[in-house]
Design a protein around this ligand. Structure first.
Ligand code: PAF
Length: 273
């Protein structure tokens, strides 16, 4: 595995790659969720590039940029064992210039739900992912369905800018007890972790209700909220795949999204119907 930290080095190596390239952008603190992205990229491509870059432009003032977990050595080993060919680990001054040309997330999709709670977050995501796509020129890029809104925005960016690549959605990986894997789970105390389980339990409840024929969104939301009384729920949203609110669940065209604070930690999870 080659570790590259500079732009020229990455561009030179990318030029020499023949065949398909799978790209997995990450912010590090890699867990099994990332590993499943990397494994899929490995299975479907001739070459695999992973980037680790804690992107400052997608953090709002007061968010956890400074305390975001950084585990370079462990991440490097995980990538090596997973068969990654190139690990790109730039620093901030490598990725960003002064007074840059800026991309903006879509006015609707970029500013509802996560974008409403974290205004400007998705602007930072599209800015950095476009840079990373231009550098790595992937055939396929892999993103987790846990960040459903990010995934949709990046699919739209690829469509809107005619990018010659495929965005591949990958299922959320969960702990045995249902907690969705996230780099931010390390912030949770044991007690908070137990409380956080109510998020995935509420999604399971929603799934059971839908399987039993309940399609009314307000009823499903109410039942979910009842299960999450011990945590600070920011939103429960039931939307179609383009993130328009629904009154009735549409089978194969619905995402149920939850964002909640457990103690100081903000968690998101979702269920695709
Ligand atoms: O999902 C993430 O980890 C980040 O938002 C991404 C896509 C690596 C961009 O910084």
């Amino acid at each position: 595995m080659q570790i590259i930290r500079d732009i020229e080095g990455l561009q030179a190596v990318r030029k020499g790659l023949q065949g398909s390239v799978g790209f997995v952008p990450t912010m590090g603190a890699l867990h099994h969720g990332h590993l499943s992205l990397i494994q899929k990229a490995r299975a479907e491509n001739d070459h695999v590039i992973v980037s680790i870059f804690v992107n400052p432009t997608q953090f709002l003032p007061g968010e956890d940029l400074d305390k975001y977990p950084r585990r370079e050595e462990a991440d490097r080993k995980i990538c090596e064992l997973a068969g990654v060919d190139i690990l790109f680990m730039p620093d901030v001054s490598t990725m960003y210039h002064k007074d840059e040309v800026k991309l903006k997330a879509p006015a609707y999709l970029g500013y509802i739900l996560e974008g409403h709670r974290r205004p400007g977050h998705f602007d930072g995501v599209v800015q950095v992912v476009m840079k990373l796509f231009n550098l790595t020129q992937p055939t396929r890029a892999y993103f987790g369905k846990k960040d459903a809104q990010q995934l949709r925005i990046l699919q739209k960016m690829a469509e809107d800018f005619f990018l010659p690549l495929e965005i591949v959605p990958v299922d959320t990986v969960r702990e045995d007890d249902g907690l969705a894997l996230s780099s931010r789970n390390v912030y949770l105390s044991d007690e908070e972790r137990q409380k956080a389980l109510s998020i995935s339990k509420s999604l399971k409840r929603a799934s059971r209700l839908i399987m039993a024929g309940e399609l009314n969104v307000e009823t499903i939301k109410r039942e979910m909220m009842e299960m999450m009384q011990a945590i600070d729920v920011e939103y429960v949203a039931i939307v179609d795949r383009d993130f328009h609110p629904l009154e009735k669940v549409q089978i194969k065209n619905t995402i149920i999204l939850v964002a909640a604070r457990v103690g100081e930690t903000r968690l998101i999870d979702n269920l695709w119907i």
